[in-house]
Design a protein around this ligand. Structure first.
Ligand SMILES: C[S@@+](CC[C@H](N)C(=O)[O-])C[C@H]1O[C@@H](n2cnc3c(N)ncnc32)[C@H](O)[C@@H]1O
Length: 298
């Protein structure tokens, strides 16, 4: 990431969700609250979207980006958000008292959950350059939820341990659900293990880590299956290259080494079958980023 600019991929995801919300046949896949909060983010990070011309220009730009890099990208973002929200809701219904969203970007999961669960302690963690933009965009909404706290952290400079252990908003020792959506591909294996270790050290058994990870396409190549080479070029230009993922059959052993048990893993097939409405069942969907739900068992 560039130290002084918000994450380009976080903007890409928010714009992609907005594109789906405006698509004639796909918009039904975007829940109302997700679409509404995301629109506030999109209006903040893109100039002129509150005008008809600005909206039309953004629509063309965002549509072209997807057409060039890979069709089905944006719908994948919407489904991964819905899937993660379902898994978080399940964890909260099954005793999680706290939600920690790491690398939250311009996603609005914490605000959606805060509305539904005012009793839930919620912390969002992100790179300072990205988080500052979000804080400005959603100032009023965030202020309306006293249970949501935004904490800046650059994971390459500081660990979760260093940030949270002495933070007044983090409650150690309770059942907690941690989320990392679209983040682990920017980390190293060691940094992902540090997150697992932190969960074990500071939260109660039964706590969960819900995260997305890239499937290894070829040796040391972590990218969406049918993405054009332009994706890697663009990510390199933005300083957001993918650095980590897991090969076939590696997910469970990776988790077990840290005493985590895999509860669910959703690939594009599950997302399609479980979430897409019948009319869109055949829509094109990106392949290669899966959603894993892991639980720490003592
Ligand atoms: C692809 S975006 C995903 C955003 C959001 N989770 C979503 O899925 O919509 C990647 C996020 O990871 C964050 N990120 C990347 N490197 C980071 C680092 N070293 N420390 C903290 N956050 C980082 C970026 O700021 C950005 O918000």
């Amino acid at each position: 990431m560039k130290a002084d600019q918000p994450s380009a991929t976080a903007i890409f995801v928010a714009n992609g969700v907005w594109w789906v919300s405006n698509h004639p046949s796909l918009k039904v896949e975007v829940p109302a609250l997700l679409g509404e909060l995301n629109l506030q983010m999109v209006e903040h990070v893109n100039r002129g979207v509150d005008y008809r011309l600005g909206r039309a220009l953004l629509q063309v730009k965002v549509g072209l980006m997807q057409a060039v890099v890979m069709r089905g990208f944006y719908l994948h973002f919407v489904l991964r958000k819905r899937s993660i929200e379902n898994y978080v809701r399940q964890a909260v219904q099954q005793h999680a008292h706290q939600l920690i969203v790491i690398g939250a970007g311009f996603d609005t999961l914490s605000l959606r959950m805060a509305r539904e669960h005012p009793e839930l302690r919620i912390i969002e963690i992100d790179h300072p350059a990205t988080q500052a933009w979000k804080r400005n965009a959603l100032e009023k909404v965030i202020a309306g939820h006293s249970n949501v706290h935004l904490l800046p952290l650059d994971l390459t400079q500081q660990t979760l341990q260093q940030l949270l252990v002495s933070n007044e908003h983090y409650q150690p020792g309770v059942n907690t659900v941690f989320v990392a959506e679209g983040l682990t591909m920017y980390l190293s294996s060691k940094e992902v293990r540090e997150i697992l270790a932190f969960i074990k050290e500071t939260s109660a058994p039964g706590s969960r880590f819900i995260f997305t990870y890239m499937e290894e396409r070829r040796r040391d190549d972590f990218q969406f299956k049918f993405a054009s080479r332009l994706v890697d070029v663009w990510l390199a230009m933005k300083g957001e290259q993918f650095t980590w993922g897991l090969g076939d059959g590696q997910l469970e052993p990776f988790l077990e080494q840290s005493d985590f048990h895999l509860l669910h893993c959703a690939t594009h097939n599950e997302l399609r079958e479980e979430l897409l409405s019948p009319a869109n069942r055949q829509a094109r969907l990106a392949v290669g980023e899966n959603i894993a739900v892991a639980q720490w068992n003592q």
